[in-house]
Design a protein around this ligand. Structure first.
Ligand SMILES: C[S@@+](CC[C@H](N)C(=O)[O-])C[C@H]1O[C@@H](n2cnc3c(N)ncnc32)[C@H](O)[C@@H]1O
Length: 295
């Protein structure tokens, strides 16, 4: 486990946050749940926890997301650290949806804040939230139950899920990529590409990479082990490298961005239509312009 850093969070913000948060209420909530027993309902033996994840603290929490403390404290803190307002920022991802999704996968869903909004926005769609932390899933399930929303919560690694090819119309991830090394972000986008149907959409909501590059000090605010690597990279370039087209980013209140892409029609096996002067009575052997099917 990495040694705790002396971040601005540790020195200044954490004590202020303590004043804003109902610590007693959180302790009561934490004590009301048997986290190991509830976590075991989600934990899958075939999920291998990657070392980038288990070897680091996130947000100053020793043990990172593999402790129930992360699940209990995540929402009360996040509401104050996503300006101007957490719901407005998450809504930008929902507003960027261009497909009519029948099945949605929210990767690194955490406590499910965006997942719940997706289900509310697309009540007919089957919505699945996937996360590496069983504790985050316990909290997410609790929130969905309290909101009367039917969502499937799944323990898994977004780099390599066990879903079949072309299962989803929409794959999303919010606030995940600033917490993963660049090669993991790329692997997650490649996996998203595999999971999407042709014409399906991927949407990533996260910190604004341009802003983070300009305001170096922002990278020191929280204990985020991969934030510099994230700021130096480009989600757009990774999306392109994963095979997505129509890749575009939109600033969200300057500090965040939503980046989207579409899985294009595969072209490598489509025979090109080349108009030739053929005998119209002899169509045998001519490729269909639309599907490359032999007539
Ligand atoms: C900062 S939280 C974001 C949670 C949620 N999406 C949100 O918007 O609040 C990052 C989440 O990603 C999860 N995570 C990190 N790497 C992952 C991976 N490879 N596969 C699945 N989940 C992952 C963590 O467990 C954590 O719950």
């Amino acid at each position: 486990m990495a040694v705790r850093q002396d971040t601005i969070w540790e020195r200044f913000l954490s004590p202020v946050m303590r004043l804003l948060i109902d610590e007693e209420g959180l302790r009561r909530y934490a004590d009301s749940i048997d986290w190991e027993k509830e976590g075991d309902r989600f934990r899958r033996d075939d999920v291998i926890i990657p070392s980038y994840y288990s070897s680091q603290n996130f947000h100053g929490i020793t043990g990172g997301y593999l402790t129930y403390n992360a699940a209990v404290s995540y929402d009360p803190i996040t509401q104050y650290v996503v300006p101007p307002n957490e719901t407005i920022v998450r809504q930008a991802l929902i507003d960027a949806v261009k497909v009519k999704p029948r099945r949605i996968l929210d990767l690194g869903c955490g406590t499910g804040s965006t997942t719940l909004m997706l289900k509310r926005a697309f009540p007919e769609a089957e919505v699945i939230g996937l996360d590496l932390s069983p504790y985050m899933l316990v909290r997410a399930e609790d929130k969905a139950r309290n909101s009367g929303l039917e969502i499937v919560w799944r323990h898994g690694n977004a780099e390599k899920t066990s879903f079949r090819d072309a299962t989803f119309d929409l794959v999303t991830a919010s606030l995940l990529f600033h917490e993963t090394p660049n090669e993991v972000s790329l692997a997650i986008l490649q996996e998203s590409f595999r999971l999407l149907v042709t014409g399906g959409q991927v949407l990533i909501l996260d910190g604004n990479q341009k802003t983070l590059r300009q305001l170096e000090w922002l990278n020191d605010v929280f204990e985020e082990p991969y934030i510099r690597e994230y700021a130096a990279g480009s989600i757009e370039a990774n999306m392109g490298a994963a095979g997505f087209e129509a890749v575009r980013s939109q600033d969200v209140w300057w500090i965040n961005q939503v980046t989207g892409g579409v899985k294009p029609i595969a072209t490598e096996n489509v025979r090109r239509y080349t108009p030739t002067s053929v005998d119209n009575n002899d169509l045998e052997g001519l490729g269909s312009p639309a599907f490359g099917i032999i007539a």
